[in-house]
Design a protein around this ligand. Structure first.
Ligand SMILES: *Cc1c(COP(=O)(O)O)cnc(C)c1O
Length: 405
């Protein structure tokens, strides 16, 4: 039933909106008209229908294109309305036609590789460093893919007739190396370029605008933003999204509706969180660069909440020495985390490959949260001095005693 006022609403919805506005409104445009404010959580695993002929037609349509069925999803593995809200919102933020959510970032990458494998395009060209488990998934060939590692300038020469994917991360995990996405997209020709945009988020970089066909996120990180949701998502065109939905349906790596709800909520503060963390991270990077205990600092030109740095001393002592900062893997939460990539996030990568990709044994990776910059710096400053610095300061009474390690 079309009323003039609904038409007016639709006009507003299709007008271009700024990222900060999309972050709080995308995926929620229907709520006010339904008399709702918070999005409903639909926990149904199945959807009743008295018309099984119509259901058969809907399933045939899904099998043909992977397009989301009109109306209810038939079964929870085919789709979920709460998760769909998050997918709609993320697609708006990344500037793509669609997005498909998965149970984790690794499930999302697996679905991409399986979709290419189904088209007999199993060869992947990839640029190191990648997140450790992504590197491992490609190197071990768990899903039947074969990888050629190269640098961005070597992408064009590495392509083969059976190349189904080119994969880069920018800024890369954990070195924060940046890739010229437009140049790589150009080198890919007709082969889809997948950019892992987990570190930058659409607030700082929208790879689809530079020619990436697939934009992957570990939504576990900044999109969720509070360290309490494991999720992944691929933003892409509708045609590729259809293939990913079919793989998701067949293999089952679906996102739980509660996770979808939390991710949609996380998106609404994403621009504010990323900008605040970025300002603090830039200041910490500046202080670390000036610090004689630090040999090298990596901080991306586009900014962001991640800082990587190499220390002259023992990196394990820095991890053992933090008190406010949490010594833990993962990133993108409201609190600051620090970890030693050679021991944790990139441990699974062969040591020579890891070092060859610039992930040295003295490298530390810090995900800066929303704490006050002075509190973070005093914790880092003390941890950088190691146990000796700690004891010295205790003797001077500047800090309360810390537990023995
Ligand atoms: C964490 C991470 C992944 C994997 O995501 P999960 O949600 O842990 O499966 C992929 N890429 C990058 C850059 C990551 O940091």
């Amino acid at each position: 039933m079309d009323t003039p006022s609904l038409g007016a609403f639709d006009d507003v919805r299709t007008a271009p909106r700024a990222l900060a506005t999309e972050a709080v409104h995308a995926g929620r445009d229907d709520l006010a008209r339904q008399g709702l404010h918070a999005p409903p959580i639909d926990l149904s695993t199945t959807y009743p229908s008295y018309d099984s002929r119509a259901e058969a037609a809907r399933i045939d349509a899904f099998a043909a294109t992977g397009a989301e069925p009109d109306g209810p999803p038939v079964y929870g593995r085919l789709g979920n309305p709460t998760v769909a809200r998050f997918e709609t919102a993320l697609a708006r933020l990344e500037g793509t036609e669609a997005a498909v959510a998965f149970a984790s970032g690794m499930a999302a990458l697996s679905a991409v590789l399986l979709a290419r494998g189904a088209a007999d395009l199993r060869h992947v060209v990839a640029v190191r460093p990648l997140y450790g488990c992504s590197d491992h998934l490609l190197t071990a060939g768990v899903l039947g893919s074969e990888v050629t590692w190269t640098d961005p300038a070597g992408v064009a020469d590495a392509l083969r007739p059976d190349t189904g994917l080119v994969m880069v991360e920018s800024p890369a995990n954990p070195t924060l190396t940046e890739v010229d996405l437009r140049a790589v997209a150009h080198a890919c020709g007709s082969v889809p370029l997948l950019v892992d945009n987990t570190f930058a988020t659409p607030v700082l970089q929208r790879p689809a605008e530079h020619g990436a066909r697939l934009v992957l996120h570990s939504a576990t990180k900044y999109l969720g933003g509070h360290g309490d949701v494991l999720a992944g998502v691929v933003a892409c065109d509708e045609e590729f999204a259809g293939k990913l939905r079919q793989v998701r349906f067949a293999t089952g790596g679906v996102l739980h509706p509660l996770a979808g709800y939390l991710l949609l909520r996380g998106l609404s503060t994403l621009p504010v969180r990323v900008r605040a963390a970025s300002a603090t991270a830039a200041e910490l990077a500046r202080r670390l660069t000036a610090d004689p205990r630090v040999s090298r600092v990596h901080y991306p030109r586009i900014g962001g909440g991640m800082v990587a740095f190499e220390v002259h001393g023992d990196p394990h002592e820095v991890i053992a020495g933090v008190r406010l900062i949490t010594p833990a893997v993962s990133l993108g939460s409201v609190d600051t985390l620090i970890q030693h990539p050679a021991s944790i996030s990139h441990r699974i990568v062969d040591a020579d490959d890891r070092r060859g990709a610039g992930v040295g044994d003295r490298l530390l990776r810090m995900s800066v949260g929303l704490e006050d910059v002075e509190d973070l710096w005093s914790d880092l400053d003390r941890a950088l001095s190691g146990p000796a610095g700690d004891a010295g300061r205790r003797a001077h009474g500047r800090h309360a005693p810390v537990p023995a390690l």
